[in-house]
Design a protein around this ligand. Sequence first.
Ligand code: GTP
Length: 650
Amino acid sequence: MMSLLRPHGLFLPFIKRLTDIKVCRVKRRSQGCTYNITVIRHRWMKSLGSVRDLSSSATEKETFDMSKFPAERIRNFSIIAHIDHGKSTLADRLLEMTGAIAKTASNKQVLDKLQVERERGITVKAQTASLFYQHHGQTYLLNLIDTPGHVDFSYEVSRSISACQGVLLIVDANQGIQAQTVANFYLAFEAQLAIIPVINKIDLKNADPERVEKQIETVFDIPKEECIRISAKLGTNVEQVLQEVVKRIPPGVVANIALFGGRVSRGDRIVSAHLGKSFEVNELGILRPDQHPTETLYAGQVGYVIAGMKEVKEAQIGDTLYLHKQPVEALPGFKPAKPMVFAGMYPMDQSEYTALRSALEKLTLNDSSVSIQKDSSLALGAGWRLGFLGLLHMEVFNQRLEQEYNASVIITAPTVPYKAVLASAKLIKEYGEEVITIINPAQFPDKSKVLEYLEPMVTGTIITPDDFTGKIMTLCQGRRGIQKNMVYIDDHRVMMKYVFPLNEIVVDFYDQLKSMSSGYASFDYEDAGYEAADLIKMDFLLNGQPVEELAVIVHKDKAYSSGKAICERLSNSIPRQMFEIAVQAAIGSKIIARETIKAFRKNVLAKCYGGDITRKMKLLKKQAEGKKKMRRIGNIDVPKDAFISVLKRK
Ligand SMILES: Nc1nc2c(ncn2[C@@H]2O[C@H](COP(=O)(O)OP(=O)(O)OP(=O)(O)O)[C@@H](O)[C@H]2O)c(=O)[nH]1
């Protein structure tokens, strides 16, 4: 009975791993046994009503009697794959076939709920849905957790994976195994999950499922007989997928036991072990994928709970919740997501500060992987320093701010978390620690204070058709990459492993890799610790004034080339103004590069001779609107995108 707390059981990892679906854990002691109940707080779904309304398409809202599902009829599984290999499409088909949603065109990609997800066609947030599936006269409860495909969100993937006992590993029948397929496979493999390889898009003209089966045998050592060939789009063989889920994925270890014990009901008081605060359970239920209230959730079941929590801090993922007056020890093993890219965020105009703060609070409520702290800058005023999982994550966050909260912000050049080992006991006392983390170039300590600087490293996996290996190796060397390994995974495809400084790949590496391989190469990376590096801080000056928000930390060997390149990009992105502007790069007091932006007077009324005042007003208004997208630094108008675009190599 006590195996409920096993680290790879349903509850602990599930709670550890889901972000937006607020998962809480309730442990209950009863008759001498400890029971563990998972409840999910799913607040943000409500606010997305405008994006999607399933209430008419889903079956009538009903209250489910969850006590009717013994653990042997529960399967918790996840769909993992490289981006665009068809996870969301398959998830939609599974939802349709189990009647969780109606079969209509408007229900496409039901689990992709965010506007940004629909626009970009990518999944950002892991979603969960409970499916009821009839198999051999029995009803099974299948908890499906959809996952994102992009590297930035692999954190969400590992969250989802740990909640499961099995995964569907989707591989595109045309593209074959890609870098994230490999990364995701290992996540599932290390978690000792049942892995069902599913070859999708067999309807495509160029589909070559046999070649993909061979790759799966070579790379993952899974016999090709275990692969299921499907077309998620047409529904071909999708029924077989559900059957195999029931057959091959074991029921949850924890759920086996939990069913006979603990439960949480509406009206119960639960206490957060993390905060010691108590909350009343106002509502709870399961997800199909809509919220369906139930009176009670029993151990072994997955659902949501709304418990009057008001701030994101009150719903820490990984927290242990227990029933009031029945305290338990908080469960270990919770590891928060680690931001890898930091950037400053400022309102376009200081008058928008309060509105932006409220938007940030709301948005971080459903994306707890974003770290946030107050910051301020001479040029940009009061703002924040935010930490993201990667650059795409940052862009998606920014896009959501604009779309969902109508907020317009300046994001400064992103930086990775560097470290510095301080040189003297006095400094250690002053900073409070021997090794400090630098997430803002403005805090970069001078060389005289430091024994050594350290930079974060990653191990990158690249899979590419062999035509492009030469070019890609040159690209990797240019990014200070060290090759560790190179193998053929079939007749034409090569898998390469490199160790890179994170800084070198975080901004534009993926874009360059894609464009030089005509989109065929794929890339994924994982944390590889820190290494000593010769780092310096480089400042940029506009008309002789250093602009702190433009400062970057670079490797010494690259200082001159990147200083020159950034000056060029800045001079291209700052529009001509009524006076000449000097753009300079400096290390300490030494100027190492310079560009000049020529003066230019744009008189928008020049063509408006005489008369029509309304036309004049219109032109002036248009000019004023253009200016709104600029931020004045000193007397220079700088476009809001200049800060981030300076780091993007063309
Ligand atoms: N021809 C064909 N196209 C498919 C099939 N399954 C998915 N697609 C298409 O492939 C594209 C990507 O599918 P998605 O389901 O969005 O892929 P995904 O893996 O969820 O993507 P991310 O969420 O961004 O990781 C879409 O244009 C789908 O219509 C299939 O079986 N056959």
